[in-house]
Design a protein around this ligand. Structure first.
Ligand code: 5RP
Length: 262
């Protein structure tokens, strides 16, 4: 029940609920990964079940695909869908230009491929994800396991010439073993503290052998829907230059609020 939701979960939920308003009948929609995106998948499932919305989803991770199946959102592969109308996803940080850090949930590679193959990307977030300058959140990069320590050393060396405050990196772990992505790769988290030139950093890091992709999303996001714990949302559209404020009706619905886990 919504009355039992923490303010942070309510913020994520109202952002997700507002974002699914963008989904129209017949659309092909990229489904992000993470706790905020999980709310969105549930909201979409409700529209499919209760309103008969006809939508085709492309999941950005196995866990999102599993959740979509549970809530009744039909899933196809990106190759079957080919191009998407819209992707809705969470983010770890967004700045005033709607550039992002993503990958806290380890799904950055599929997330970036799916978002880039979409006419529009909408990020759903709470205000804690807003930053003046990207980089306080460790920037993830996906690297292939072969020679990962050499790749890590090369990345740290490359950072010497870039506009960042920190240069250390750490291998993401899952208890005692390396975290493994859906594509069978490892994640290095770069502790940069401040990224002065995100576009340059993204280009340079992707040139290093062993790096598959980085978690910077530059010029990909079009709209951010920011949810608040009081049920209000702010919708910022970078293309239109508009900022709208709304209050979301939170309906008590047992089905939607059980088993939210990601
Ligand atoms: C997963 C991501 C997530 O979108 C990001 O980590 C935000 O997650 P959450 O909504 O749980 O805070 O990039 O790879």
């Amino acid at each position: 029940m919504t009355s039992n939701l923490s303010p942070i979960d309510k913020a994520k939920y109202v952002a997700a609920k507002r974002a699914v308003d963008y989904v129209e009948d017949g659309m092909k929609v990229g489904l992000g990964t993470g706790s905020t995106a999980a709310w969105m998948v549930k909201c979409l499932g409700e529209l499919v079940r209760d309103d008969g919305l006809n939508v085709t989803g492309v999941a950005t991770s196995r866990r999102t695909a599993e959740l979509a199946a549970q809530v009744g959102v039909p899933i196809v592969s990106l190759d079957e869908a080919k191009w998407l109308d819209l992707t809705i996803d969470g983010a770890d940080e967004y700045d005033a230009n709607l550039n992002l850090i993503k990958g806290g949930g380890g799904a950055l590679l599929q997330e970036k491929i799916v978002a880039t193959a979409s006419d529009q990307m909408i990020v759903i977030a709470d205000l804690s994800k807003q930053v003046d300058t990207l980089g306080a959140f460790p920037m993830p990069i996906e690297v292939i396991p072969f020679g990962w320590q050499t790749t890590k050393a090369l990345v740290e060396e490359t950072l010497v010439n870039l506009d960042v405050l920190g240069r250390s990196s750490s291998l993401r772990m899952n208890n005692d073993t390396p975290f493994v992505t859906d594509e069978g790769n490892f994640i290095l988290d770069l502790h940069l503290r401040r990224i002065g030139n995100a576009r340059q950093l993204s280009l340079v890091v992707n040139q290093i052998p062993g790096v598959v992709e980085n978690g910077l999303f530059i010029d990909i996001c079009d709209v951010v829907v920011i949810g608040n714990g009081d049920g209000s949302v702010e919708v910022r559209d970078i293309n239109n230059g508009t900022v709208e404020h709304e209050q979301i009706d939170v309906l008590e619905n047992d089905n939607l609020f059980v088993d939210i886990a990601d």
